[in-house]
Each structure stands twice: as C-alpha cells, then as structure tokens.
Write a protein that binds this ligand. Structure first.
Ligand SMILES: *Cc1c(COP(=O)(O)O)cnc(C)c1O
Length: 229
C-alpha cells in the first residue's frame, strides 16, 4: 500500500472512532481530502484508494489538476475551499461539485450569474469567520443572519450550509464549531427551503474529532492524508 492509502485507512478508522464516541453515523460525515500544493499523482493514489471528494484552494492550481491527464478520466468530486476572487469564478464554475468558501454577496452573485448562464446548479456554503481573526476570510457571525436573505433567491446556485476555519487552539475551536452549528439552526428558521441547509463544513487535521462531536457533516483534511506542506 502507498503512504496515501495507508494514511487514508488510518484516518477513516479515527473518523469511525470519533463518530462512535459522538453517537453519530460515519455515513453522515463526508471526508474531503485537501490536496493543495500536492501533485496530481498523489491525488490519483487517493482516488484509487476510494477517496473521491477532493478539495483545492487555489484557482490556477485547481484548473491545472482538473485538466491533468492523470486525473481527467477519474470520477473526482471537486470541492473548491479557498478564497475565491470574483474575477476567477468563471474558471471553476463548471468544474466543482461544491464551493465551500463564498464570503460575500458579490462573489455569490458572480457564481449565480456564471452558473445560470451555463444552465448549471452549483451547491455552495457561506464561509463564516468564527475566530474573528483579521487574517481569515468569511462573514462575521454577527452579520450572517441579517445578510442571509439576499443569498436565498439567487438563480443557478443553492445554499447548502456553512463553513468555517477554526482557531488553532482546541478549546476555542470547539466553541467556534458550536457557534457555526447554532448559526445553521438559526439560518434554517428563515430559509425558504430549510431542508436544503444540511451542511456544516468544519474540522481539519488538527481538530476534526472536535468538529465531528459538534456536528460536522463535511471535514476537510490535508496534512493527515498527504503529509505536511
Ligand atoms: C489547507 C486547508 C485545509 C486542510 O488543512 P490540514 O490542516 O492540512 O488538514 C482545510 N480547509 C481549508 C480551507 C484549507 O485551506
């Protein structure tokens, strides 16, 4: 077995354990393997080990990998998880199964316009800056509920939930995951189609166990699968 397949096997075991401890069904937690800065050959190893959800953070790198001969024939579900500039939306709109990182009405409107033009329906999440760190992108928790109604009726895109990148400190991270879960409950109360709002994308290599306890439905893991960057 190659190292990526080994890492995936041991990670899946840890996810199963975390789910068991939290009283959750592992089928309700989707693993997104984050491959930024890593070569297509390693992504291929992950896909061959049954890992079809792959996350990328940088538009140009994502497009290159998406088109690479090593991957183009494989049934990869691509997730875009990095900051998305409005002028780059057109490069990814027809390549992603989900955008996790919409952080402004402007980028949602651009995604909507591009998706509608291609007659696509693109699922997306709103990124929330739960840590309040100035270096992080995302809508502030205080603004989320007030601004949400502007997102609900955009054509071509479907809001499916919320995403966050937590602070490194584990106790803080747990509080932030709770905040995100609470915001999703509140958001559902005001949504025209609350049944669509099912996703909490939270938890990375260092804190996915906490995120699972706090209700994550998608965890985004890079280092524990592909090694350090
Ligand atoms: C890089 C990245 C991850 C993965 O982080 P690891 O600590 O390597 O697991 C998850 N989410 C986002 C948004 C990232 O940019």
């Amino acid at each position: 077995m190659n190292i990526v397949a080994e890492n995936l096997a041991s990670l899946r075991e840890k996810i199963r354990k975390a789910c068991a401890e939290a009283g959750r069904n592992p089928d309700d937690v989707r693993l997104v393997a984050v491959s930024k800065t890593k070569p297509a050959s390693l992504i291929r190893q992950a896909v061959e080990a049954g890992q079809f959800d792959i996350g990328e953070s940088y538009v140009q790198e994502f497009v290159e990998k998406h088109e690479s001969g090593e991957l183009s024939s494989l049934p990869v579900r691509w997730h875009f998880i990095g900051h998305l500039q409005t002028n780059k939306v057109k490069h990814i709109v027809d390549k992603v199964c989900m955008v996790h990182s919409i952080d402004s009405l402007k980028s949602a409107e651009e995604l909507s316009k591009r998706a509608a033009r291609l007659k696509l329906t693109v699922d997306y999440l709103l990124e929330v800056n739960t840590s309040g760190e100035a270096t992080k992108f995302g809508i502030s928790p205080d603004d989320l509920l007030a601004s949400a109604p502007s997102f609900f009726h955009l054509q071509g895109i479907r809001l499916r939930g919320l995403m966050t990148i937590a602070a490194p400190d584990r106790e803080r991270a747990r509080r932030e995951f709770r905040t995100l879960a609470r915001l999703l409950v509140e958001l559902r109360k005001t949504a025209p189609e609350p049944g669509l709002l099912t996703e909490l994308s939270m938890g990375m290599s260092q804190d996915f166990d906490l995120a699972i306890e706090e209700g994550a439905t998608m965890i985004r893991i890079g280092t524990a699968i592909f090694g350090s960057r």
